[in-house]
Design a protein around this ligand. Sequence first.
Ligand code: WT7
Length: 635
Amino acid sequence: MSNYHIKNLEEYFKIHRKSVREPELFWEEIAEEHFVWRKRWDNVLSWDFNTPEVKWFEGAKLNITENCIDRHIRTKGDKTAILFEPNDPNSPAEHITYNRLYERVNQFANVLKSKGIKKGDRVCVYLPMIPELAIAVLACARIGAIHSVVFAGFSSSALATRIKDSDCKMVITSDGSYRGAKTIDLKSIVDDALNDCPGVESVLIVKRINSSIDLKEGRDEWIEPLLEAASKECEPEIMDAEDPLFILYTSGSTGTPKGMVHTTAGYMIYSAFTFKNVFQYRENDVYWCTADIGWITGHSYIVYGPLANGATTVMFEGVPSYPDCGRFWEIVEKHKVNQFYTAPTAIRALAKEKLSFIENHDLSSLKVLGSVGEPINEEAWHWYNDNVGKRKSPIVDTWWQTETGGIMISPIPYVTPTIPTYASLPLPGIQPTLMDENGDEISGNQVDGRLCIKFPWPGMARTIWGNHQRYKETYFSAFPGKYFSGDGALRDAVGYYRITGRVDDVVIVSGHNLGTAPIEDAINEHPAVAESAIVGFPHDIKGNALYGFVTLKETGEGRKHENLRQEINQIITEHIGPIAKLDKIQFTSGLPKTRSGKIMRRILRKIAGNDMGNLGDTSTLLNPEVVQDIIDNRI
Ligand code: WT7
């Protein structure tokens, strides 16, 4: 029995039991059989969830790109590694073989070196979904530089915050990007950000939209001529197992974004193992994840997981609605996609469109459908199952987080029976548990509680860049000795998990993780705003949307509310990005507060969600009268 590829339910239970009984042995066998090492580890695992400190495969030496590229060119150099589908459906797709990927990554790596980038330096990658994004990431890994990819939809100030937090020396960007019928001027966003980032020494620019841009003398350079001149051979930097591989930012419920740090060996093993099992990838399959590499889903399941398995991974530059809402299905047909992984928000948006968009395409190649990023509601699940999967492709509802590095709870297709809205069972090596409000573990089934993980897994983030204390407080303090996910979940009679959503002040909008506090901070900078509170409310496409309750410094005539609403959303767009804009803004005479002055978000959440029947006891509030006023003026 190989631990690496699970083929039936009995085997799943057996392997899971083994992974709990002998976790070190379990992961060690996988590490031994499926990866190439420059030096073997001295110790599989050392850990302490109180410090907290976790180390996997200490003493081992490797380079992840040797595992993702070099070893495959010996056996399948002509196989397509990355299949690039451009925004414009009339432009040809590009098949980048493992041989070509090797050359292009090495050339890119040599360019980075020539600009002075060394092992341990941080490089910010701010690129659209073009092959250079994956190549830049791999080139950093080749030379041991730590990549920090920032989603190219973030604003200049959000970009600057991230560049400064991890002290990046270089930014890799493009002259612009295509997004459906629009083009976006990425370079000027970078220029604005860099006004505030003196630590950035160089900017490399990929030509994508052929726009004329300003190059800052001594700092900016087009990358194409440098790539052409660079050697196609670049010796990989030999890394320690626990050397950082990348930083990826995720929003917290308060404060600045958290730079989650993932390390080399554990992340590699975990992303590869979960990719193989959750998608049941077989040689010659074509796998497509529609996420952006700017998010963890793209890191683990467009780049590292698939490439570590020698897979063909599709990279799509565009959007599901361009040139029309049949684009996803057209691509599935064109490239005969076998595994398709997307987000509930995309499914819900497409489910609103005519079925003919789907019916015009042959989707018979599909074998596995995936969902990620937020709970998938029953209706969307059935639409996906009936119309895309034709009731023959299992849906894997995969629960995980930026922090976990890879999928944690998910059915294994053709192995685990699926139930709509249930992420189902933990993958081997994962030990979830539910905790009650007193901090006690809840035993038995048919229970709900806060979702924690009891034992380390190789893919977990090891720290928050520059702030280990915050890492400890955020993930290991609510329930000492356990990793707390921030999600609530229930466990049904047979032990299946169903994720019910965040239990903190993070709202998931269209699959994007948004902390409400940073948005409030942005709004409060508006000169007319006294204070604000933002909560999520159910939205039929986005899953959740944002509702802002805003108190103005001066009420009365002075300003037109409609203009103010626009200005508030403008401020949010500038500080964070358009994804954080508010759907509803209500101007209130005050915000409900406890006697100690804390805003009672629970009440606001209920009002925003039109669930006023059960507001609970409001009499202990400092200002109970505002509640009725807010209800009366609800939007
Ligand atoms: C949060 C993590 C995991 C990659 C994309 C998002 C929510 C994620 C599911 C799911 C219900 C889910 C959780 C989690 N979430 N997958 N299958 N069912 N909720 O990564 O941005 O770090 O967000 O997304 O609330 O905590 P992220």
